[in-house]
Design a protein. Structure first.
Length: 330
């Protein structure tokens, strides 16, 4: 690495700062540093903040590598490929401290990807160019994409059945399909749910809110249908019931918890409050079944002891502060 930096970039390493790990503090490594005129600085014991730049970058690399592996359920034995992929992507991401330029752009004067970036851990099919392939054998091998090659213009793919790597440019990707299945409840995939088109954003509704809303709408629909069948001239009855429904929900937010056992609206018709066994009721659900936004805490709060003797209304701030001396523009 020392010769590569000197030959490719024309620079030399003058100072190396590290911790007291045995991979850096040993006789062979010390002889290499002395022979090349490199000063070796070490941190104090259990003082990683003295080498904060390296420690923060290590944390950044591990966070990106973990996110890559967790998203596509990649097993832990491929952690090395995940770290190399994280390094490859970080070096080509613009940074604010570099005036929205990437480290690769400042070092190599170019920010172009050698190959197009793909989703780490997705399913890919590598064209099989081996000579022992027969006429009726498959022409592609199912693999998992794990890395970008540093010496070739191609993708590095891992084939679990054959336990080998393929480096090729002729690869077909399925970026929304993970190769590995989730092994626990924390598995996250990028594949869209069934019945949802790619690019659409899902709409998440809590079960309690959805069930409560559907029951309310269904009961209102029954009232509207009953009124229409009776032949009355209550064309706006549905709008009135919808308004009452939202007013009742709003009133629940200001009621005490002990009053939730009563009906939603005391002025509602008796037909909407009393129904048979085969019909739905518009009575509010119990406290625990209400949506979180409509629940009211029953925990009592006490004034801190240090503020018991404090009276705030005697000292109104308007009696001491005035805008008379301010300029008109203010």
């Amino acid at each position: 690495m020392y010769a590569l930096i000197k030959n490719k970039f024309g620079n030399t390493i003058k100072v190396l700062r590290s911790d007291n790990g045995t991979e850096y503090v040993n006789q062979e490594f010390e002889q290499f540093l002395v022979s090349n005129g490199i000063e070796h600085q070490t941190t104090c014991v259990n003082t990683p903040e003295q080498n904060g730049v390296a420690e923060r970058k290590n944390r950044h690399l591990l966070e990106v590598a973990r996110s890559l592996m967790f998203t596509m359920n990649v097993p832990k034995f491929l952690w090395g490929e995940a770290l190399k992929t994280a390094t490859y992507l970080i070096n080509r991401m613009p940074l604010r401290v570099l005036d929205n330029k990437s480290p690769a752009e400042l070092l190599l004067n170019s920010n172009e990807f050698v190959v197009s970036p793909k989703v780490f851990g997705c399913v890919c099919f590598v064209h099989d160019y081996r000579n022992d392939i027969r006429k009726l054998d498959p022409r592609a091998v199912k693999c998992v994409f794990v890395d970008y090659s540093s010496t070739k213009k191609g993708y590095c793919c891992w084939c679990p059945p054959e336990h080998c790597f393929f480096i090729s440019m002729d690869v077909t990707f399925r970026e929304y399909e993970p190769y590995y299945e989730p092994t626990n409840d924390t598995g996250i995939t990028l594949s869209p749910p069934e019945g949802q088109q790619e690019g659409e954003s899902p709409v998440l509704v809590p079960p309690s809110v959805g069930s409560y809303w559907n029951n309310s709408v269904h009961s209102q629909g029954e009232e509207i249908n009953n009124d229409n069948e009776s032949g009355g001239n209550n064309s706006c009855h549905g709008d009135i019931q919808g308004t009452l429904h939202f007013q009742n929900i709003e009133s629940l937010m200001h009621e005490d918890p002990g009053t939730n056992s009563h009906s939603l609206s005391p002025n509602a018709p008796s037909s909407t409050l009393e129904r048979g066994d085969n019909q739905l009721s518009t009575q509010p659900p119990p406290e625990n079944d209400l949506p979180i936004a409509l629940r009211k805490s029953t925990r009592s709060s006490n004034i801190p002891a240090c503020f018991k003797d404090y009276v705030g209304y005697k000292h109104v701030i308007s009696n001491f502060i005035s805008y008379k001396c301010c300029s008109p523009s203010f």
